[in-house]
Design a binder for this molecule. Structure first.
Ligand code: C2O
Ligand code: CU
Length: 491
């Protein structure tokens, strides 16, 4: 917990024990769980790939002898990994067996707003919702999680999250590790805190960024290790934490190859020793192992996190050992990573037909608190825009836009670093940061919907649940936005 007093505009630290450091101390006693691939079948009538997901209550023994009440998709905690190919029709039958209404949002997916699973597509307890769409985007590591307005943080913390992998011709051909659960591992990182047998979801004394846990888990496994038998391993990193931003790297400082960002593969791999991910962001990295060695994925204290106050307040000073990779004594050789991964599909800022500004504040984006009944922005289908997002709020935020994968054009007037040069749907903005993004609102006629909005918001879920979310509709030329609310969404 942190206790601070604002005195004449300054902040006086009275007491702080917020710093959490397990670096070098973790014991790695549990074998990392890998979420199963979700079963699916092909519907003979329309050729769609059909998945089933049940949101349910459960119980999980994170620690020996202590059963924690959880929520999960199909199982007790988290959910199976859905996997589909570009061009495939997909249908997911989602059943809500919880006693609370929720929703399921396909984070990073390009799909019509009424299939998006945002706060306007609520699923009542006992009800079912079956979104359908055609996967029309490059291979990527996407994910899914609930999005009920005002309750997203709690629903995700209880365990409702999973990965959604998109494959395409290119990803199936490239010489990258791609055997799921073997040399291609989902790494879903969450911070957590326990209170006796149960979760402690509290925010502490100061509600700043929201919940910060005192330890991390991967795929629901505490102190995880994984035995690997290949020379190269792909890690699909997902920050599924509700507030915490990590700076991932290996404890021994080795380089890794960054091959993909939120929305897919890069044009060429980038060599890095750190990658920062704020809540909702993903990165695909390939790490090279030597026979018999142990390599520890760690989150390091962060530079470039705005000022010391932000860093400390939001856990940016904390250090965590996240996952240990244990190489077998003999490793299967893996081919070298290709120097070129392919064409990057990104919008071009020069095509922009208009610009918009977004000012991030705790009290709301552009001075407005989220209102389900208000459309904040109306964009035209088939056009490109440049959005300038600014955070001067004295607090770290990030920015996520539904429906699209955008290009980061500039960070504080400079060209973006390698990890921001790929397809992105979420970006981190410590206070004092301005980013220019190029977004293209593509899609067939079914994407024009004047009444059902997409969301943009801070993905620090406590902020999202509060005020920091806005709504935009995609319309065709000449259509006007209609106020949502006449529809079937429940509050
Ligand atoms: Cu990951 Cu609007 O969500
Ligand atoms: Cu925020």
């Amino acid at each position: 917990a942190v206790l601070a007093l604002a005195v004449g505009g300054g902040v006086l630290w009275l007491w702080s024990d917020a710093k959490v450091s397990t670096a070098g101390r973790a014991e790695f006693r549990n074998e990392l769980a890998v979420p199963p691939l979700a079963p699916s079948h092909i519907d003979e009538k329309d050729g769609a790939r059909v998945f089933d997901l049940r949101m349910r209550e459960g119980e999980k023994e994170f620690r020996p002898g202590r059963r924690t009440a959880t929520w999960g998709f199909d199982g007790d905690f988290l959910g199976p990994t859905l996997r589909a190919e570009r061009g495939e029709k997909v249908r997911v039958r989602v059943r809500n067996e919880l006693d609370e209404a929720s929703s399921v949002h396909w984070h990073g997916m390009h799909l019509p707003a009424r299939m998006d699973g945002g706060p306007h597509q609520m699923i009542e307890p006992g009800a079912e919702w079956t979104p359908r769409w055609t996967v029309d985007q490059p291979a990527a590591t996407l994910w899914y999680h609930p999005h009920p307005h005002g309750r997203t943080e709690r629903h995700v913390q209880r365990g409702l999250a999973g990965m959604f992998l998109v494959d395409d011709e290119r990803s199936e051909r490239l010489a990258l590790p791609r055997t799921y659960g073997v040399d291609d591992l989902p790494v879903i990182v969450q911070d957590v805190k326990f209170d006796g047998a149960g979760f402690d979801h509290g925010h502490g004394l100061m509600r700043s960024v929201g919940f910060l846990g005192d330890r991390t888990m991967v795929n629901g496994t505490l102190d995880p290790y994984r035995v690997v038998r290949d020379e190269r391993v792909r890690l699909r990193l997902l920050n599924a934490s509700t507030a915490r931003t990590y700076a991932f790297g290996f404890a021994d400082g080795r380089d890794v190859a960054l091959v993909g960002t939120d929305g897919g593969l890069l044009e060429r791999p980038a060599t890095l020793d750190r990658i920062r991910l704020s809540p909702g962001e993903r990165a695909e990295i390939v790490v090279r192992m030597a026979p018999g060695e142990r390599a520890v994925l760690r989150s390091f204290p962060q530079d470039g996190y705005g000022d010391a106050w932000q860093r400390r307040f939001a856990g940016g000073d904390d250090s965590f050992d996240v996952l240990q990779l244990r190489a077998a004594d003999r490793l299967r050789p893996s081919p070298a990573i290709p120097s070129r991964l392919g064409e990057l599909e990104l919008p071009d800022a020069r095509d922009a037909v208009r610009g918009r500004d977004f000012e991030l504040r705790m009290s709301g984006i552009n001075g407005r608190a989220m209102d389900m009944g208000r459309i904040d922005e109306t964009v035209t289908r088939g056009t490109t825009e440049v959005w300038t997002v600014r955070n001067d709020n004295g607090m770290p935020h990030n920015f996520h836009v539904h429906d699209v994968q955008f290009r980061v054009v500039e960070v504080d007037g400079e060209a973006p670093p390698p990890e921001l040069r790929g397809r992105k749907d979420t970006v981190f903005l410590p206070s004092g940061t301005t980013m220019r993004l190029a977004l293209r609102f593509d899609g067939g006629p079914e994407f024009a919907d004047p009444e059902v909005p997409f969301m943009y918001h801070c993905h620090l879920l406590y902020h999202e649940d509060g005020a920091m979310m806005g709504q935009f509709v995609v319309v065709d030329q000449g259509q006007r936005a209609r106020t949502p609310g006449s529809g079937d969404h429940g509050h």
